[in-house]
Design a protein around this ligand. Structure first.
Ligand code: CAA
Length: 258
């Protein structure tokens, strides 16, 4: 598929999606969100792909929803079109892991997009924030909900109410990002992480993502039960036999996604 606002590269098992509206610091307009969701769904449906990496430019992962595009909209317009609901729901429906590789600004919808991915690897130049309050609105793609789950109420309130930016270092301390690396090493680290995941068995990768995400949606008791049942079900796969046999035989497993 040909895209205007993103680029897509695939190697053996990893799909790299790069947001590409440099003049607007990758502001998320309707076209970019639509193309991003199309590319994510295409990668999710491609049997060869196991992991997706989403990144931006050195200066900006994404500086938020496109303010120019939405500034003149009325309540009825945004309500009727259900602004950002489609993109948000489509990203949540992706079953393969998505790593956000963040350099520079990840603000508003940009921070929310990074948080909608499965984990974030940040360059030491990354800046995260929910500055929507400065525009007379609040976050609209998960910033009050996901950020609170990532970093807790106090810091989420601080970010959503003050609109201040968090450095990569603060974001790592707070649990928003999983790793911080020097900016020059960002893509090497993100692609390396994706490559490591891609060595595993696909059904196991999908199950692990689904089980971790379940912890957001349910009680601890229900979540533990869900995990236990999925864990038990993995014993129906050939890859469980192969993984455990390989360990015992002191060799690398040859997973066949079965
Ligand atoms: N929407 C549209 N255009 C944007 C944009 C955005 N979110 N962010 C930056 N741009 C554009 C600027 O308008 C500018 O374009 P022009 O050259 O045509 O004027 C270009 O990108 C470069 O930006 P700056 O000149 O502002 O660059 P800077 O280095 O001085 O500042 C910045 C960088 C601090 C990120 C600043 O651009 C900024 O504050 N951007 C807006 C951040 C923001 O408020 N994000 C939240 C958006 S609302 C939202 O996301 C809702 C939601 O929850 C879904």
């Amino acid at each position: 598929m040909a895209f205007e606002t993103i680029t897509v590269e695939t190697d053996d098992h990893v799909c790299l999606i790069k947001l590409n509206r440099p003049d607007a610091l990758n502001a998320l307009n309707t076209m970019l969100l639509g193309e991003l969701c199309d590319a994510l769904e295409e990668a999710d449906a491609n049997d060869k792909i196991r992991v997706i990496v989403v990144t931006g430019s050195e200066k900006a992962f994404a500086a938020g929803a496109d303010i120019k595009e939405m500034s003149e909209k009325s309540f009825v317009e945004v309500f009727n079109e259900n602004l950002f609901a489609d993109a948000s729901d489509r990203i949540m429906a992706i079953r393969k892991p998505i790593i956000a590789a963040v350099s520079g600004y990840a603000l508003g919808g940009g921070c929310e997009l990074a948080m909608a991915c499965d984990f974030i690897i940040a360059a030491d130049t990354a800046k995260f924030g929910q500055p929507e309050i400065n525009l007379g609105v609040i976050a609209g793609m998960g910033g009050t909900q996901r950020l609170t789950r990532y970093v807790g109420k106090s810091k989420s309130m601080d970010m959503n109410l003050s609109g201040r930016f968090m450095t990569a270092e603060e974001a790592e301390r707070a649990g928003l990002v999983s790793r911080v690396v020097p900016a020059k090493k960002l893509m090497e680290e993100a692609m390396g992480a994706a490559g490591k995941i891609a060595e595993k068995s696909l059904p196991t990768i999908l199950a692990a993502k689904e089980a971790v995400n379940r912890s957001y949606e349910t009680t601890l008791r229900e979540g533990i039960l869900f995990e236990r049942r999925v864990f038990h079900s993995m014993f129906a796969t050939e890859d469980q036999k192969e993984g455990m046999a390989a360990f015992l035989e002191k060799r690398q497993p040859q997973f066949r996604d079965k």
